[in-house]
Design a protein around this ligand. Structure first.
Ligand code: C5P
Length: 290
């Protein structure tokens, strides 16, 4: 049996550059892989693909990205083998944390090993990009990367720091498709923000102060329109001492930047007292993938 972690991501920066003829949006984003993770186990089966999950609210049929990834890999590589997979879910869905995308990428990595296919990063990347815009990032060895195009054209960013965050997940979740569509329909809602080079430079220099100035997310105003508690959480995190706070991806989860793990503990304790009932997690930059 093989067991792999499927970590979540945050977007430290997300600029929407425009809508493309294929309906997707052209992006410039900076991803960070963090240490909140699902777990997937893989066991060989002679022919069938099956999935179970410890979260009864999630579908375990062909709409689940784990099974989609397994079927696409099998079809592309003409593999006759099967697998029994089990997903232990910890990353909340509909929160902008890439949980489903990470599950898909981890399934590609797991089955590549289980079926001894020896596919390289380039081959896995092209299958990953078919499964979703964020999926290729979860195959990247570096925990930080700039994503361009739909988010699938990646450039690793070398970082001199490991970040600590407090994450707050509102009960209301948002569908990525709806947030992009709403933002496109209301272009005036998102004012011009800083450049991605500020965040990339801050990471390579280890400057938290510069990082705090560069955090940006063009999807935040539209997500706030749909889920107003995001504004309250952003201000709670700043008041509790975070140098900066932003929404991740298309929301609804919000993260704060902390100076170190001890400050993250203190901020999380303050917020847990103020906002009982909300999911609040302490996160750190994840280790590089091997
Ligand atoms: O690529 P993925 O299937 O994860 O995207 C989900 C939805 O988010 C897309 O159907 C599209 O509506 C929107 N999206 C977008 N531009 C991107 C990424 C996602 O419009 N770069």
């Amino acid at each position: 049996m093989l067991r792999l972690r499927a970590p979540a991501k945050l977007n430290l920066f997300l600029r929407v550059l425009g809508k493309r003829p294929d309906g997707y949006h052209e992006l410039e984003t900076l991803f960070e892989r963090v240490d909140l993770a699902d777990d997937i186990t893989f066991e060989p089966h002679p022919s069938a693909l099956s999935l179970t999950c410890d979260d009864p609210t999630l579908p375990v049929d062909d709409t689940n990205l784990v099974l989609k990834a397994a079927r696409l890999l099998r079809q592309r590589c003409r593999v006759p083998a099967g697998a029994s997979m089990h997903l232990s879910k910890r990353v909340p869905a509909g929160a902008g944390l890439g949980g489903g995308s990470s599950d898909a990428a981890t399934t590609l990595r797991g089955l590549n090993k289980l079926w001894d296919m020896k596919l390289g990063r380039v081959e896995l990347h092209s299958i990953a990009a078919e499964l979703g815009s964020d999926v290729p990032f979860f195959l990247e060895p570096s925990p930080f990367a700039i994503g361009r195009g739909r988010g699938e054209r990646l450039e690793p960013v070398a970082a001199a720091i490991r970040l600590s965050h407090v994450l707050v997940v509102p009960q209301q979740r948002l569908a990525t498709k709806d947030v992009y569509a709403g933002m496109s329909a209301r272009p005036g809602l998102t004012p011009a923000g800083p450049s991605i080079s500020i965040v990339a430079h801050a990471l390579s220099n280890g400057s938290l102060r510069e990082l705090a100035c560069g955090l940006s997310n063009d999807l935040e105003p539209e997500a706030i329109r749909r889920c107003p508690i995001i504004t309250t959480i952003l201000s709670d995190l700043r008041q509790a001492g975070c140098a900066a706070a932003r929404m991740s991806g298309s929301g609804s989860a919000v993260f704060g930047i902390c100076t170190d793990p001890a400050q993250a503990e203190r901020v999380a304790m303050t917020l847990r007292r103020q906002r009982a009932g909300l999911q609040i997690e302490i996160l750190h930059t994840d280790a590089p993938l091997d």
